[in-house]
Design a protein around this ligand. Structure first.
Ligand SMILES: *[C@@H]1O[C@H](CO)[C@@H](O)[C@H](O)[C@H]1NC(C)=O
Ligand SMILES: *[C@@H]1O[C@H](CO)[C@@H](O)[C@H](O)[C@H]1NC(C)=O
Ligand SMILES: *[C@@H]1O[C@H](CO)[C@@H](O)[C@H](O)[C@H]1NC(C)=O
Length: 357
């Protein structure tokens, strides 16, 4: 009797322990499944999404529709890349595909590729806050000049790490890229760097005026002020045909700046939705209560059509050439020339009218 009671207690204990183990194992497994469902379904080293450390980031912290949208954008990029006949980069040292435009936030395990004229100043401003190089209340107030000058030394480039360190960060950090219609970016660069008096308008502007403007005034040739967008386009086409690698970073192509077919970005933010996309990144990192995408100096997303007007005087042949050069960026991130149709049609109609009258 006494013996069977001990036996019963033993069995009961064993069952309880078994049950406990099952519960623990099950919850571990499901939490892992849950995570892998959203974060690394397609994880394949460098070729896949980052295996995020749940202590630092989780897709589940962001609304599902947005996570799904990121997935759609990644798939589009992946398909576009696989249809490219680019040389296979397998076996290329990871350092070779790491550009000088990739920056790291160690504190939140974030990797950002900074494309100039695509919300880059605002994102870098945010990086200074995230990396605690600026107060979480003060990062918004860092001036545009300081972002790229005094503060620049606080920005950690990915290529400052060892090869192992680069690979590790590409595999485990949340990788973010912000993109924009390639032509809209060109207009933004033109407005910002050539239309106003800047160093670039002095350097490139004088060259454009001298060689690519049929009716440049003497003053324009001397100072670079007053070059037209058509002149800029002729200049771009000339440079692109001659030496695409030597293009200024403000109009160099996305795929050269950020290697999007080799570095598989987790978040592809689009200029049209940049505020939402970056704030979602902050959610995924679990810091949305502390930080948000700086609204300061927001380019006017509302005037999204303004850039198209700049193309009204660009000839069809120059337009075709220019698109042939930037089309790859468009293909990778699903931007087409359709949006320019109305401008082209309007011009053709005007040209037709001119012929008639
Ligand atoms: C990687 O970069 C180094 C230095 O620029 C170069 O010498 C080497 O040939 C590159 N390797 C490959 C496989 O592209
Ligand atoms: C197009 O050219 C005309 C005539 O030179 C000029 O008045 C107009 O401002 C130009 N439009 C744009 C958008 O550059
Ligand atoms: C690509 O862009 C078109 C037109 O803007 C849109 O209808 C389509 O859903 C986009 N595709 C992807 C994969 O995002």
């Amino acid at each position: 009797m006494r013996q069977s009671l001990t036996w019963l207690t033993f069995m009961l204990g064993l069952t309880l322990v078994g049950l406990l183990c099952y519960v623990i194992l099950y919850s571990l497994m499901t939490s892992r499944t849950h995570f892998s469902n959203t974060a690394y379904l397609e994880y394949q080293g460098l070729g896949g999404e980052s295996a995020l450390n749940p202590q630092h980031a989780a897709w589940s912290l962001a609304p599902e529709p947005w996570v799904y949208e990121m997935k759609t954008r990644r798939r589009h990029l992946k398909d576009a890349c696989s249809s490219l006949k680019s040389p296979k980069k397998d076996g290329v040292p990871v350092r070779n595909i790491t550009t000088e435009f990739m920056f790291v936030d160690e504190r939140h395990r974030l990797l950002y590729c900074a494309i100039p004229k695509v919300g880059c100043t605002n994102f870098i401003r945010l990086m200074y806050g995230l990396t605690a190089n600026a107060d979480s209340d003060g990062y918004q107030d860092i001036g545009a000049g300081e972002v790229h000058a005094e503060y620049r030394k606080y920005l950690t480039p990915l290529n400052s790490f060892s090869d192992f360190g680069i690979q590790f960060r590409l595999d485990h950090y949340l990788k973010v890229i912000l993109v924009r219609h390639p032509f809209e970016r060109l207009v933004s660069a033109f407005r910002n760097k050539l239309e106003r008096h800047t160093i670039l308008s002095f350097n490139e502007g004088t060259i454009i005026a001298k060689y690519f403007e049929p009716h440049a005034t003497k003053a324009t040739i001397r100072t670079g002020d007053g070059v037209t967008f058509e002149g800029f386009v002729r200049y771009l086409n000339f440079k692109a045909a001659k030496d695409p690698d030597a293009l200024d970073q403000h109009w160099r192509r996305f795929f050269e700046l950020c290697n999007p077919c080799d570095v598989h970005y987790d978040v592809i933010g689009r200029h049209e939705t940049v505020e939402r996309d970056v704030n979602m990144v902050l959610k995924v990192l679990g810091v949305a209560d502390l930080f948000h995408y700086p609204r300061k100096n927001m380019q006017h997303v509302s005037s999204a059509d303004l850039w198209k007007i700049y193309f009204t005087n660009v000839s069809s042949s120059q337009l075709t050439k220019l698109w042939a050069f930037y089309k790859l960026d468009g293909d990778l991130f699903n931007y087409t020339l359709n949006s320019l149709n109305f401008v082209v049609k309007k011009r053709l109609r005007n040209e037709h009218m001119a012929v008639l009258t």
